[in-house]
Ligand binder design. Sequence first.
Ligand code: NAD
Length: 499
Amino acid sequence: MLTSVAHHRERLKVGDHPHFISGKWIAGEGESYEQIHPSTNEVVAVFPEGDAEVVNAAVLSARKAFDEGPWPRMGARERKKILQKFVEAISAEAEDLGYLQTLDNGLPINFSLNTRVSALTASDIFDHYAGWIDKINGETYPQYTDTVNLHYHTYREPVGVVGAILPWNAPMMMFALKVAPALATGCTVVLKPSELSGICVNRLTRIVAESDLPDGVFNLVNGGPATGRAIVEHPGVDKITFTGSRAVGEWIMAEGAKTMKRVTLELGGKSAALIFPDARSVETAAKTVMGLCSTFLSGQVCSTQTRAIVHKSIVDDVLRYAREQVDTVKFGDPFDMATTSAPIISKRQAEKIMNYIRIGQEEGAELVFGGDCPGGDLSEGNWINPTLFAGVDNKMRIAQEEIFGPVLSVISFETEEEAIALANDSIYGLAGGLYTADLSRAFRVAKKMKTGAVGINGYSVMPNSPAGGVKQSGLGREGGWSTIEAFTELKTLMFNLDA
Ligand code: NAD
């Protein structure tokens, strides 16, 4: 029976979790909250809740470091050296950080150590942005007319104080995706981890605290939605970079508009994987798509392709291969290297998923397998068996709404045009996919899919490739030059050469 994972705290030297403001650890008085482990529902950490006063102190600290401190004005070479030390320090602690992430959110340890959400990826993201620092350039323009002798050029200035708000599912990668570009461009930061996974963010903050970063450049405030709201509402914050649900993203955009805050929003998805009969291997395609829902974070990933849009001639094959894939799933202790799939992050989220499974059945979809909980040795935690619906109509709620769990819907099509129309019939557009061996079809279909990215015969985001959504999946991209643009403002200088 899996009853406890809390004993890992001692080996990993998990202590208390103060805020970090102006280069000092602040214990925090007043309200506190508990972090519950999803595999057992036991308390694994307690955090002080950052109220409006704590948020204000953090913003003033970041404001002072931005307006008066050396960071935004520092030479590229010096700033780059400081960021490069993070690359080494995070790599050096990669194993412990991986275990801390599993203690945070129940991601099976094999994935926490070895995939794109590992500390090594976080380190690579810092490396990627450190590389931009001495290349953040502007442009010069030709003289426009003979009547005025003007020389124009632009350069990029840091946008200012950045409020960074993280989701629970990939805390290390999210920390890096927000902090690395902010620091690379010379911004200062107030960061809030998710109230569901703050342990490894605290350890990453210790790395920041031990670095040469000037005081006040990076500030950590623990807390839940109220803390996040206080950051968004604060007039001293210039930009919000947020990853999380669509509903919160919508609120942030509306609230941020009052002070015209810049926003980067990475929100939810209901992405489609199109499986054509000419796929190089229908078996690989079916098992890959099912595996995204059934292993790793059990479908609790924004980019999961939760709609399999399958040509009607191969639907039966896809269902059979999906079953074979799910037979390889192994639930259990998240710290066991053999475990393949995570529990559901909270009881509330597990109830939401079970409710969607009921809705799917009521709507008339065919429940092929799953739809229940494993129980037995895992009954203390929030576990849901991988679930497959066939005969799904794209108008059904299970095909339109983000479930954020181990539920895959199979929708059949006859023509390529129909497949594209089904994929695009969604308020979301984050991470599409298609499986075909026909290169012309791959280009043709990918160009017509309304989504931020399309994975052709597989989907994987790298630190140097932009990722983000269209439609209600968000605004902006993370990765590459476009992120540098999103954390800077363009300033135009005009030199009157006749003066
Ligand atoms: P969430 O929106 O519930 O919470 C995200 C963060 O926002 C948390 O830190 C939370 O405390 C904070 N928050 C909540 N209400 C707030 C408010 N009014 N103002 C400011 N902050 C507030 O999301 P979650 O459950 O942590 O994550 C799951 C969601 O995130 C899913 O919708 C998923 O698709 C999305 N997600 C998107 C990406 C992406 O890159 N597009 C990546 C991971 C997760």
